[in-house]
Write a protein that binds this ligand. Structure first.
Ligand SMILES: NC(=O)c1ccc[n+]([C@@H]2O[C@H](COP(=O)([O-])OP(=O)(O)OC[C@H]3O[C@@H](n4cnc5c(N)ncnc54)[C@H](OP(=O)(O)O)[C@@H]3O)[C@@H](O)[C@H]2O)c1
Length: 321
């Protein structure tokens, strides 16, 4: 648990919790989707948004776990408005089905939180033959965002309220392969390094955010897109990396954020009025932070967008994003 930290311009620190940074904010009337809310910071993000009155739809791949989470959240807060919908981000078909179901259910969409993630998996291809971390952490969220965008635009216009897209990246975006995104060998087993591949997918999260923010601004749409590093938090994320997992178990509670602190930046970027109008920014500890040079390269962001769009189209017959 992080105890001592310096206050940034927002007035919050690395030890602020999600409840603290959303204190006094009324989220009633808003609808948010949170991906990957079975555990860790996604579950806490969903809980705190619901506490602030937001109608939360959680997209998770284990629908049974989803039912248990819903029950637990309602036990904790009888007023919580929460729905569970099946979503496996490593499958383009599942992302498409989720979006179709959501877009046709008549709910508005004010906030999209792309939180789900996996780290340091041994080399594996997804159902669509895309390297698993790139597929889950980036491509799934890229397609999801594009397929939900019309509903978000409609909501922003009808509610006359800014929509927000929040991509949970990581400081590890700085530790990708040397060329940043390995466009020519994303799906190759040779040369695969599980931590560099994680860094690559998290770099993709920041680049995706920046290009999306640019496009939304160009279109004049009242929707922002920002990315963030939640901090270092002892969660299930480390389960595929025995060294990290061991260290987390040993010293995690002394040097890492707890889950309440880990969800703070996401909830801050999703709800706080200080963030109004900010787009294409990267946050850490509830304050604007610097990305790597690669992550702030607009040409790389455009190239990744086109690459992702082509990749999705080649695997699945969807309109070009
Ligand atoms: N913990 C940290 O120190 C840290 C640091 C920087 C960034 N982050 C980022 O924070 C986000 C949340 O991670 P966490 O630390 O809270 O880890 P976590 O407890 O392992 O949560 C990850 C969530 O993502 C879900 N998920 C994984 N693969 C999925 C898939 N194919 N489809 C749908 N959902 C999937 C998991 O669901 P299942 O239960 O079904 O596996 C789980 O709900 C991730 O994007 C991660 O990269 C975490």
């Amino acid at each position: 648990m992080q105890l001592f930290s310096k206050k940034g311009p927002s007035g919050f620190t690395s030890s602020s919790t999600a409840e603290e940074v959303t204190q006094g904010i009324d989220g009633s009337g808003l609808t948010a989707i949170v991906t990957g809310a079975t555990s860790g910071i996604g579950a806490e993000t969903a809980r705190v948004l619901a506490l602030r009155g937001v109608h939360v739809v959680v997209g998770i791949r284990d629908i049974k776990a989803g039912g248990e989470i819903k029950e637990a959240m309602i036990r904790d807060n009888s007023k919580a408005k929460i729905d569970v919908m099946e979503l496996d981000l490593s499958s383009l078909e599942s992302v498409r089905n989720f979006s179709k179901q959501f877009n046709s259910c008549g709910l508005p969409l004010n906030i999209l939180i792309n939180n789900a993630g996996t780290m340091a998996t041994p080399f594996k291809l997804s159902k669509d033959n895309i390297e698993l971390q790139f597929a889950t952490n980036h491509i799934g969220h890229f397609l999801l965002t594009n397929l939900l965008l019309d509903t978000m635009k409609q909501t922003a216009t009808e509610h006359r309220k800014e929509g927000r897209i929040v991509n949970v990246s990581s400081r590890r975006h700085r530790f990708s392969y040397p060329e940043g995104i390995q466009f020519k060998k994303i799906n190759e087993k040779s040369g695969y390094n599980s931590m560099s591949a994680y860094g690559q997918s998290k770099l993709a999260n920041v680049l995706h955010t920046n290009e999306l923010a640019r496009r939304l601004k160009e279109e004049g749409v009242d929707i922002t897109a920002n990315s963030l590093h939640p901090g270092l938090i002892a969660t299930n994320l480390f389960r595929h990396h025995s060294l990290f997992n061991g260290l987390v178990g040993l010293i995690g509670k002394y040097v890492m954020k707890n889950i309440q602190q880990g969800a703070a930046t996401t909830c801050y970027v999703a709800l706080h009025p200080q963030v109004k109008g900010m787009s294409g920014c990267y946050f850490a500890d509830c304050n604007v932070a610097e990305t790597s040079l690669q992550a702030s390269d607009p040409d790389l962001a455009r190239k990744l967008w086109d690459y992702s769009s082509d990749l999705v189209q080649s695997r699945f017959q969807v309109p070009k994003c």
